[in-house]
Design a binder for this molecule. Structure first.
Ligand code: ADP
Ligand code: MG
Length: 243
């Protein structure tokens, strides 16, 4: 596994036209820490994650990995360091699970076939799917497909992992297996930002919970402080609706 880095967002602003979506986001995630981002729909959680791997460019502010701004970096190089997993798994349907993972290893990490297969198998094993290497995605459950997507991201040896509602599209009985993979990854010291509606996961796994509302991190702290001693009325109201 590659070494994790710390992640900081400093006063990040971003507008889509006249819609000011991020209004000065500040967030610090220590090396190896897991931050869960919670908050209402439309508050800017996905937009925040997208500024970290430069799928979106902030209008103002900075994004830093280990204290160094990423805004001048080559986006493709940055996306190797920052892995991202979405609600929709986006696997290639016509390729085997193994091929889905080796493709980027060969094209981007420039590994030879044998090494790419070995790396892919290692990561499939890590998410509990070693036996499914030759299956087509359509023959897997949604939870298994999401675990393949996670293995694919991990195979690139990222230094930070971003998860955008990775379990929101799954049937309830499949959520646990995916959250278990995230908890493992967190325990292994990956720096992670997890946007989630799973408050149990946030409470148990996160080192830090950040509540986003209307384009800012309104309150952040240890899970106990956020869930049991929220200061902002907006956060208290949000928690009363989701807990
Ligand atoms: P969340 O993930 O918290 O639900 P988003 O970051 O997806 O919130 O969206 C925040 C706001 O930004 C919403 O008003 C949404 O309509 C707007 N938005 C998000 N992505 C785009 C885009 N690509 N173009 C225009 N508006 C967008
Ligand atoms: Mg979102």
């Amino acid at each position: 596994m590659s070494t994790s880095v710390s992640l900081s967002l400093r006063d990040v602003h971003l507008a889509f036209g006249r819609n000011q979506v991020l209004r000065g986001v500040d967030l610090d995630v220590a090396r190896g820490a897991t931050a869960c981002v919670i908050g209402p729909s439309g508050s800017g959680k996905s937009t925040l994650l997208r500024t970290v791997n430069r799928l979106l460019e902030p209008d103002r502010g900075d994004v830093l990995l280990d204290g160094r701004s990423v805004l001048g970096d080559d986006p493709d190089a940055l996306r190797q360091r920052v892995g991202m997993v979405f609600q929709q798994f986006n696997l290639f349907p016509h390729m085997s699970v193994l091929r889905n993972i080796t493709l980027a290893l060969r094209r981007i990490r420039k590994l030879g076939e044998d090494e790419a297969v070995a790396v892919a198998r290692t990561h499939l094993d890590r998410v509990g799917l070693a036996a499914k290497a030759d299956a087509r995605p359509a023959h897997l459950s949604g939870g298994q497909q999401q675990r393949v997507a996670i293995a694919r991201a991990l195979a690139m040896q990222p230094q930070v992992m971003l998860f955008d509602e990775a379990t929101s599209a799954l049937d309830p009985e499949l959520v646990k297996g995916v959250l278990a993979v995230l908890a493992d990854l967190s325990a292994q010291g990956m720096t992670m930002v997890v946007v989630t509606h799973e408050m149990g996961f946030a409470r148990e796994v996160a080192d830090q919970v950040a509540f986003m509302d209307a384009g800012v991190v309104l309150e952040a702290g240890e899970p106990g402080a956020v869930f049991e001693a929220a200061r902002h009325p907006r956060l208290r109201r949000f928690l009363s609706q989701v807990l």
